[in-house]
Design a protein. Structure first.
Lengths: 377, 337
């Protein structure tokens, strides 16, 4: 496959591995957090850790959209299906995420609820057009990458006068999450979990650019490298981080220059700004309530806002006892530190969101790496 | 039969409409000596030796897809399940569950395709059944087929016979069926030239069995793909598997579609491929026989069986690292066969 296979070449990987091995200082620790689940997935799927020296370790970040969504919001989605009788359109990953009381959208569907799996916002609009007598809700989740299509869908619905369509907006922003991670105190006795550098988001950065990360590099003295999602991108970015650390620098560098610029995609940003605005605060799973960390629908599009169209009851959410998803999402613990991992909690029977999505670190650990042993974990 | 006629409840009611449907559709197209006996069962002589029997329900959506339809799939699927014992399939049965309102023209198209798949394979449909359910209680048509086959003397193929050191052979490219199905879903509009690989594999199996009496396991990687099949065999045999990603044949178009949809080709369904496990000394002869057959031209040795207390399927990645190839969790694609 052109433009893909080039970034998965074994000969180049081995060369890069050699270069990294030559550059690391053996006595030093290099704990690198990959923010995005896409990176976590690539690291495990291609076995990138196998090509790293022993003192270069990956710490998995919170960049998995279904993982950071608090249970209360999933409870709300189930409520929409069961009490309001809407057609709820959602991406497949959300179906299996556990809600309060061991429920899920999958179980709501099995119980007769009308939950439909869609691949894009356009599918949801089509369902609304085809079912004029029913309320259709699009369960919008994700970081800055998936936000522009949601904005477009809302504009389209307004232009078409689709009065039975609304969006349950759960879009979140990357920079506040990075800030929250960096502000999390690192436990000194668990030195392995300190973070020395960050592999920055790839798709998100195509939209927002690399500039928003610059204040963090400066304020926290930490190097950040925007990295593509292909395995060679990850390796090259690791090399750039190691170089910065060895040189005592902390700058934002961009490895993913084929897609990311400093200012991102102004057209997409403008589109989002027309339809969505900052929420004062939003709850993240694992990170708690973060100010200015999520988006809601503007007043001018209020008719298409599920939260204003339906009365949603705040849910007394019940996290599963013993589930370490919150700590894992902060990079404070590893999946194998969780008592439930691989026992009560598996991809077939997930107790926490990190075990559901292929981008969740527990699912990636379980699927690709659970028998590697600590050295490669 | 009018081209705009639809199935109604009388077609399953046991009266004249049902008799007419059977006569003008099923008997007409499946026509063979045993079916013509007109009994509630097919009676036939069997040779001495071991028989195998297998059944498979087909609920695929959409019913028609590039490279096949539910009819051809229902024939191929059961023939393949019988053939994976090294057996030669002899007879099929077919049970139809039809939804009220289903267009008769579509049903005829399916039955014709089924009949032609059965004729091409040389395995007749000798008995059958039709039921009609009310509108909303089915999805057009569901087809269950059952097959009976005879195992040649001396052949002992079973999922629990994989031994450390055995070679793992794959008969061709992965993922064609699953991706063809995805491409024809109405909510996933992408253009592709990929067609389902749906095919009857019994002649390929016969050629392999003739080439070596040493084949330990055969299985067709349908739902859950190669990953599920190898995990099943590893568990049944109490062994591990070691694959080489670079040796696994996948079409570039399939790879591209999988990239786009976020799928892993190792988990995507196939309907005309098989996995063979045999001792290293037999591998070359079996591979040679596979490559000489039209359905095995792209066959390859993709790895080997290893002693492993955890029963893991692992793969050396194209990239040079290692990963576990686990069971699929949940479903990658809904209703693919």
């Amino acid at each position: 496959m052109k433009y893909i296979d080039e970034f998965r070449r074994r000969d180049l990987a081995l060369k890069l591995a050699g270069a990294i091995a030559a550059e690391v200082e053996p006595s030093r620790r290099y704990n690198l957090m990959e923010f995005c689940g896409g990176h976590t997935h690539a690291i495990f799927r291609y076995g990138v850790q196998d090509l790293m020296p022993g003192n270069v370790r990956f710490v998995h970040g919170p960049g998995c959209p279904v993982c950071v969504l608090p249970i209360a919001r999933i409870d709300n989605a189930i409520e929409l299906v069961e009490r309001q009788g809407v057609i709820l359109c959602t991406y497949a990953d959300m179906l299996r995420v556990p809600a309060s009381g061991r429920r899920s959208l999958m179980k709501a569907r099995a119980g007769g609820g009308d939950v439909r799996m869609v691949y894009s916002t356009q599918d949801a609009l089509r369902i609304a057009r085809d079912n004029p007598g029913r309320q259709v809700v699009f369960f919008a989740i994700g970081f800055e990458t998936t936000t522009p299509p949601t904005a477009v869908a809302i504009q389209q619905a307004q232009a078409e006068g689709l009065t039975n369509f609304s969006v349950f907006c759960n879009h979140v922003l990357t920079p506040p999450a990075i800030r929250a991670i960096l502000e999390t105190p690192r436990e000194p006795d668990r030195g392995a979990l300190a973070i020395d550098g960050i592999l920055g988001p790839s798709h998100v950065s195509t939209v927002i650019g690399s500039r928003p990360y610059e204040p963090f590099a400066e304020a926290f003295g930490i190097p950040i490298v925007i990295a593509g999602f292909e395995p060679l991108d990850v390796m090259q970015s690791v090399r750039l981080l190691i170089r910065q650390l060895n040189q005592g620098r902390h700058a934002v560098e961009n490895e993913y220059t084929r897609a990311v610029t400093r200012d991102g995609n102004p057209k997409a940003q403008a589109l989002v700004a027309e339809v969505l605005e900052l929420r004062e605060t939003f709850e993240w799973r694992g990170l708690g309530w973060l100010p200015n960390s999520a988006l809601r629908i503007k007043d001018s599009f209020a008719d298409f806002d599920t939260e204003r169209r339906f009365e949603l009851t705040p849910s007394p959410e019940q996290d599963v006892k013993g589930c370490e998803c919150p700590a894992i999402l902060r990079g404070a613990k590893r999946p194998t530190d969780c008592k439930l991992f691989g026992k009560a909690c598996t991809p077939e029977n997930p107790m926490g969101a990190c075990m559901v999505s292929s981008e969740g670190s527990c699912a990636a650990y379980w699927t690709y790496g659970r028998f590697r042993g600590e050295s490669a974990a | 039969m009018n081209s705009r006629d639809k199935i109604d409840m009388t077609h399953g009611g046991g009266g004249r409409a049902m008799a007419q449907l059977i006569e003008s559709l099923f008997l007409k197209h499946f026509d063979n000596e045993l079916l013509r006996q007109g009994n509630d069962q097919a009676a036939f002589e069997v040779a001495a030796g071991r028989l195998v029997m297998s059944t498979d329900g087909h609920v695929i959506s959409p019913l028609f897809f590039p490279g096949g339809d539910i009819g051809s799939l229902a024939v191929h699927g059961t023939i393949n399940d019988v053939a994976m014992a090294g057996a030669w399939p002899l007879y099929l049965s077919a049970g139809f569950i039809l939804e009220e309102g289903f267009p008769l023209a579509d049903l005829e198209r399916i039955v014709i395709s089924m009949a032609s798949a059965s004729r091409e394979a040389g395995v007749p449909v000798v008995t059958g059944d039709t039921k009609v359910v009310e509108r909303g209680k089915g999805d057009g048509v569901f087809i269950t087929t059952t097959g009976i086959g005879r195992v040649p003397e001396g052949v002992a193929i079973s999922g629990d016979r994989a031994r450390p050191g055995d070679q793992i052979l794959l008969s061709g490219t992965l993922g064609d069926h699953g991706v063809a199905i995805m491409s024809s879903r109405e909510n996933l509009q992408f253009e592709t030239s990929i067609r389902s690989d749906s095919a009857a594999l019994h002649t390929l199996v016969a050629a392999m069995v003739a080439a070596s009496g040493e084949i330990h396991c055969l299985r067709d990687p349908t739902r859950g793909g190669l990953a599920a099949t190898l995990n099943e065999l590893a568990r049944q045999s109490g062994v591990g598997m070691r694959l080489r990603e670079t040796a696994i044949p996948i079409r570039p178009e399939v790879n591209a579609a999988c990239e786009l949809l976020g799928l892993d080709p190792l988990y995507v369904a196939n309907e005309g491929k098989l996995v063979c496990i045999c001792p290293p000394e037999a591998a070359e002869a079996v591979l040679h026989a596979m490559k000489a057959h039209p359905l095995g031209r792209e066959a390859a040795i993709i790895g080997e069986v290893a002693a492993d207390p955890y029963g893991l399927v692992q793969m050396e990645t194209r990239f040079g690292g290692h990963r576990v190839v686990d069971w699929i969790a949940g479903e990658q694609l809904p209703r693919i066969c």
